[in-house]
Every structure is written in C-alpha cells, then in structure tokens.
Design a protein around this ligand. Structure first.
Ligand code: ZN
Length: 142
C-alpha cells in the first residue's frame, strides 16, 4: 500500500506534500485517473490551497481563532481537544485528478497536510485508480 511519512516540527504546521505525492504517482506508472490521499489521523487534515508564507501564517492564525484553547472535556484524558476540534472543520482525505502521471492541479494549487497536534510523525495513504503508462510490456510485446 503506497504511503508517505511526514514529520512535523510545530503544533500547527502546514506541510506541502505535492512533490512527494507526484513522485509516488510517477513511480506507480499511473498515467490518467484519480488519486485518493488520506491522512490516517484524528488531528491532521488535508487541503488544496496556495503555499504562500503569508497565507500559511493566516491559516494557522485563523484555525487558532476559530477554535481557541479552552477547557474542553477531552483535555482531561489527552490535552489536545483543540486539535481534534480544528480537524473536524477540515477533512482527512481528498480526491484529485491525475493527468500524465501528475496531480492535475491549478497554477497555485498545492496539496497541503495540516498538522494540528505536532510535532509528530504522520502517515498518509495514497490510492491510485487509472490507466497505466506501460500497458504493452512483457508478453504483450510482438
Ligand atoms: Zn486526543
């Protein structure tokens, strides 16, 4: 099962995983189809957006404002309720088109992992569905 490992360094952090996902698609020989990208965690999210330092800072600031650190019930056992609550505003998976062995994104679009309870090591699963580049090889060759 194709997976990528991501290491975060801050409590809230946006990490651009576009290139590593594209590398995996190229390696898989998938040409055209769809990619499902899924974060196997309850305090991580995935989004498609621009990876510009000012905007990255604005997103981190906005998440902290939308769900402030308060006295939540889950904090009695795990002390990260704000991270879980921030994650439910977002999503844990995204589905994107694959064209010519790459994610078919707009000019400014990047696949961003949002760490909400770092620093930690995270796992992201990639599932690819589609046509392969090398359909005529081995026995199919005349
Ligand atoms: Zn928790």
């Amino acid at each position: 099962m194709p997976e990528i490992q991501v290491k975060s360094n801050k409590r809230i952090e946006l990490i651009d995983i576009t290139d590593i996902v594209n590398d995996l698609i190229v390696e898989s020989e998938a040409k055209d189809g769809i990619a499902l990208i899924f974060a196997k965690h309850t305090t991580v999210a995935l989004i498609v957006n621009e990876y510009e330092p000012g905007l990255v800072s604005d997103i981190e600031f906005s998440l902290e404002r939308l769900i402030p650190e308060l006295d939540y019930k889950h904090d009695r056992i795990d002390n990260n309720a704000d991270s879980h609550l921030r994650s439910i505003l977002l999503q844990s998976s995204i589905v994107l088109p694959v064209t010519n062995s790459h994610l078919d994104l707009g000019t400014w679009q990047r696949v961003l992992l949002i760490e909400l309870d770092g620093p930690r090591k995270r796992t992201v699963t990639i599932k690819l569905l589609g046509e392969k580049l090398k359909v005529f090889k081995g026995k199919n060759k005349i």
